[in-house]
Design a binder for this molecule. Sequence first.
Ligand code: GAP
Length: 513
Amino acid sequence: MAQEDVFKKIVSHCKEYGFVFPSSDVYDGLAAVYDYGQNGVELKNNIKEYWWKSMVLLHENIVGIDSAIFMHPMIWKASGHVDAFNDPLIDNRDSKKRYRADNLIEDQIGKYEEKIEKEVSKARKRFGEAFDEAKFRATNPRVMEHQQKRDALHERYTKAMQGPDLEELKQIILDEGIVDPISGTKNWTDVRQFNLMFSTEMGSTSESTNRIYLRPETAQGIFVNYLNVQKTGRMKLPFGIAQIGKAFRNEIVARQFIFRMREFEQMEMQFFVKPGTEMKWFETWKETRMKWHQALGFGADNYRFHDHEKLAHYANAATDIEFKMPFGFKEVEGIHSRTDFDLSQHEKFSGRQIKYFDPETNESYTPYDIETSIGVDRMFLSVMCHAFTEETLDNGESRVVLKLPEALAPVKCAVLPLVKKDGLPEKAREIVDELKFHFNTHYEEKDSIGKRYRRQDAIGTPFCVTVDHDTLNDNKVTLRFRDSMEQERVDISQLRGIIEDRVSITSLLKKLQ
Ligand code: GAP
């Protein structure tokens, strides 16, 4: 099945099973804004708990904060967002649709890459075992031609973005013959800069109103609290401040479901270090964060680093952790060496001294900062994409199962009486009443046992417990495992021990040590 179709299935599965709904659904939705349903919120909270604990519990020198979304407007002037947080946009006069000029060009680069991969995969099939891929790439005339076009375009594009040179971006679009996917025409407007920040007004009278912004990143809330935390926590370098919270961006083109949203959530950590040591810490955090992702067991091949060629105005090194989504490798997390840019800017704009007094060297300096920044929603999407599985069973039936990491699953255990009579519901409720204090446990009695298993599979519940007539005599239940569908007869008193060990976030955290 085409990956595009798989992705469509994942999106509709998210809605059908209470994970993600379009926002304002009864009013036909609001573009690029989504709500999390009864199962989605549990999965999302588990992802956040895994991140928070991995930062704040496992590192003695990292503490958390929760700063306000509304902040002094000068913060966004100091950070550079008022002047530089822009995307280049272009309109097609015929379809009246708006696009990001950089996305159009990146898609074109992607097309050359696809052509190369097609040639390589055809040749691999043709030559089988004897295929020398490196030699083929270096010598095949068609591959070489596509590669040369791709590299020339990439170089021209990178240079244009560095300015940014908006006229050149438009010229690239025209020279490459890029057409609007809807109208099919090249009737493009000029490229313009578009600031991504949402603004609103604070204050009750027209004289006292102040234009303020909805934060486009949570990071600035950490920078402006650096002094507060360092002083009150008596923190010594190196130390980190972590935060989870909403961020808002007026994305020109919102694409791929919850991948690019206008309201989303970030988990960011700023790690303050002594100047000169930042590259060492940058490497350490790259490794630490990759380990965090890989502890989920999705396979190392599904991740890669993508180093930035065009660095943001505040960075001296940057990389993305990309995950293989059904629509290709995509950024889930950014790791940036932000130098002393942010603290220095806030020192300049606020007039307050924002420094660190180093007791070892008796000098004051502005710390450098390494940032790890991951989108909760993108992480959620990567988890769903990896977990969504359609299986054909030995008896020819098919099932959809979410093979979620057990510690992230919204419901950990479902307790199911075989029938709705003979005292079985009462016994099942007794079990729920004991287990519900330890992990999310559901009771379900409607429909046949097979249908109930399928419903639990579809939301990723790792364990089902079935209470039958024998249970009333021997106090044993059938424990069914989601992925293998194997069943085991176990004593009720053993249930908590077996399940708790596997579903707790601690089980994931231990893999990080
Ligand atoms: N403080 C740095 C910063 O915000 P970023 O690369 O712009 O860096 C960090 O964003 C992460 O936030 C991304 O890797 C992504 O996971 C998430 N993110 C950014 N924009 C997003 C959007 N429009 N929708 C969903 N997630 C987004």
